[in-house]
Every structure is written in C-alpha cells, then in structure tokens.
Design a protein around this ligand. Sequence first.
Ligand code: AMP
Ligand code: MG
Length: 406
Amino acid sequence: MIELQQAQEIVLSNITQLPITIVPLAECDGLLTATEIKSAESIPPFDNTAVDGFALNFDAVASGKREFEIVGTIAAGDPGDIPLEPSTTVRIMTGAPLPAGADCVLMVEDSKVSDRSGKTYLSFDRTLSKLENVRGTGSDIRKGQLLFPANTQLFPGHLGVLASLGIHELSVFKRPRVGVISTGSELSNDSGPLLPGQIRDSNRPTLMGLVKEVGATPVDLGTVEDDPSKLRESFLQAAATCDVVLSSGGVSVGDFDYTKQILDDLSHGTMSWMQIAIKPAKPFAFGLIGSTPIFGLPGNPVSSAVSFELLARPAIKKMMGHLGVFRTPILAIADADLRRRADDKLHFLRVTAKIESDGRIHVEPQPGQSSHLLYSMSNSNALAIVPNGQGYKVGDEVETLLLRNL
Ligand code: AMP
Ligand code: MG
C-alpha cells in the first residue's frame, strides 16, 4: 500500500494545465484567467447620481439658498449638457450624468416643487453635504487598476465587472472535457426490469455531476462490458476525444477485470496500479494513453466518488489552471463517536455537516459506511478524516472535507 499523498503526487506530476484559449465572456463562468486583467476604463465612466432628485451646486446650498429654478431634466442615457448656474437646478434620474456646476443631489423625497409666474421652482428645508448622492468617476474601478491576477476563477460577479469594461472575450484556460465510462458486464442502462445478475449503472451520473461541480464539461461515454475488444475500442475513442478520462470498475483483482490488461497495453505500460492506504477507495489506477490522463476509479459507488474527490478532482483543477487544487480541511466537532479499527489506513467517513447554534460546524456519521452503500452518500455533504487508530469520541475536533457549501 502507498500513502494517499504519494498517489496524489504520481497523478499531479503527470498533469499539466490545458492550453489557453479565447472564450466569449458568456461562456467563461467557472474558468480561470490565463493572464492578469487590468482595467482600461474607469467605472463609473462619469460622475452620476445615485438617486432620482435634483442636481445642485454645493456652495449655493451651503450659503443657505433653499430655492432654485428648475431649468431642465436629465435622464439616464442623456449626455447631461445642461450646465447649472448658482440659482438653477435640473431634475436628474438615477444613473444620469451630473451636469457641469453640480456637485450634490437632493433626493426627490426631500423636495417640493411649485410654479410661479410661468417658471417652476424647487424648494427644500435641509442642508446637503458635498458630493451627497454622487457616484464619482472611477469610484468603483480606476483606469489602469489591476483587477484580477492570472489564474483567477471567474464567477458571475467577475463576468459583470468584465462586461462593464467592454470585455467580450477573454484569454482563459480551456475547460476540460472529462470523459466518463462505466465498465462492467453487470451494468444495465435502461429503465426496464433488470435481468438476473444485473444492476443499474449509478457511477456515471454521480461522476458526471461531480465533474460539473468542478467546472469542467462531463462527456458521457456510456457503459462498456468486460470484453477486451470493446474496452479497447472505448478507451481509444475516449482518449482521442477527451482531455481526461474517468473510468470506473475493473481496477481491483477480479477474474474479468480486463481493464487492467487493456489499459496496460494502450498506455504502453505507463499505468500505475495502486493500492492506497485509505478507506474507502483503496484500488486506483492512473496513466496516460498518448497524452490523455486516464483515471481507473474503483467500481463500488462510494469508492469511485471518494477516489474522484481525492485524486481526480485535484487533477482536473490543475488542468483548469487552479494554483491550489486540494480542499482545505476544516475542524468540525463530532456529535457522535466516529469509531474505527486500526488498519494502517486513513479513513474517510461519510458525515452530515451542519452549522450549529455555537457557530461551529458539527458532524454526524451516516449509519452505513460500506463502500457499496449509495444511499448514505446522498445524505452526506462532507468526509471526516479519521487517522489510523480507534477513531474519535463525541465532542472531539475532527478534520473534515466539506464537499458542498453548508
Ligand atoms: P469492480 O471494481 O469492477 O470489481 O466493481 C466493484 C463493485 O462495484 C461491484 O459490486 C460492481 O458491481 C460495482 N460497480 C461497478 N461499476 C458500477 C457502476 N457503474 N454502478 C454501480 N455499481 C458498480
Ligand atoms: Mg467490474
């Protein structure tokens, strides 16, 4: 058996960032910037009003003047070329540019408007501060400012910033196409009754969902029987059309595990067949077909998901341009005993994590921890890391990987 860290090093030392491509902004969500991004413009691009109201000259208001003649209206989108004089004001709508001579805005809620001798006047009975309700040029983003360093993952908020600067396409690391194959002659794909000995393929939807969660594109490559020529054809096709391939099943030592033979052959003997000192997910294989990384994940549903989390996910993140690829464990409080036997392995227990009233994250183990128990996986959102030994007692602090935001 090898340590988990050693297996992770074998994988990551064979993984490189995918090529840089230019992608339309609308498709950049979740991708990472390939270069730093500086702002070529100021945001807001001009001084404008934060409220509907009246644009005023601060010095005039400060001198005690409370009545101004209304000489026009500036809507959002207008150029705003109605210069103020000390005795005049203009109606102004949120987002509209401040006219020359204005440096504060009175909210419409504080105003009174009246007509006299064919003219319209604003009056009010409060003071204003300089720049009140004014959104200054560049108060959000300054021209020339470094916005995002290279290797920044883009979330919807980033896309808004880039769009506000007129950036419509971007240099990013390619989004990995991750092929997902299930192997095993027992696997059925349709919703009809199962034949004797068959089970339904549950790994593929799970792994494809996990791939999507990382921000990569899952490619459904179906199920393949334990048949050497079919396996060979599937893996060749997968390696040719995807940036990385995840296969589940056939990596342990069963009689019909032809996967080993085929992958050894296609990878020209570069596959590493590992027994990792973890539970679940002990068997694991990794290698390259051509330059395409191939992950041989165990077949048991829980093992394949845990193997993905610990070995494939960091690799996909590296391909995407992430600099940090591992989740940072948090310290949670065990709300029940997390017992185990000493077996020289690092255990990953499926737990349900919750924030409790003390503000801390607490974890409770799922009742079933065997690697075939699918249902307990659906009810857990975290993995408690339990080192070799007897486990933890209720109240102990436990290193935990949060698989989802709470
Ligand atoms: P294997 O690693 O191929 O020996 O499979 C280990 C166990 O996982 C067996 O009980 C398989 O039937 C089961 N298994 C393998 N692949 C899948 C899958 N795609 N969906 C559900 N169970 C699977
Ligand atoms: Mg199998």
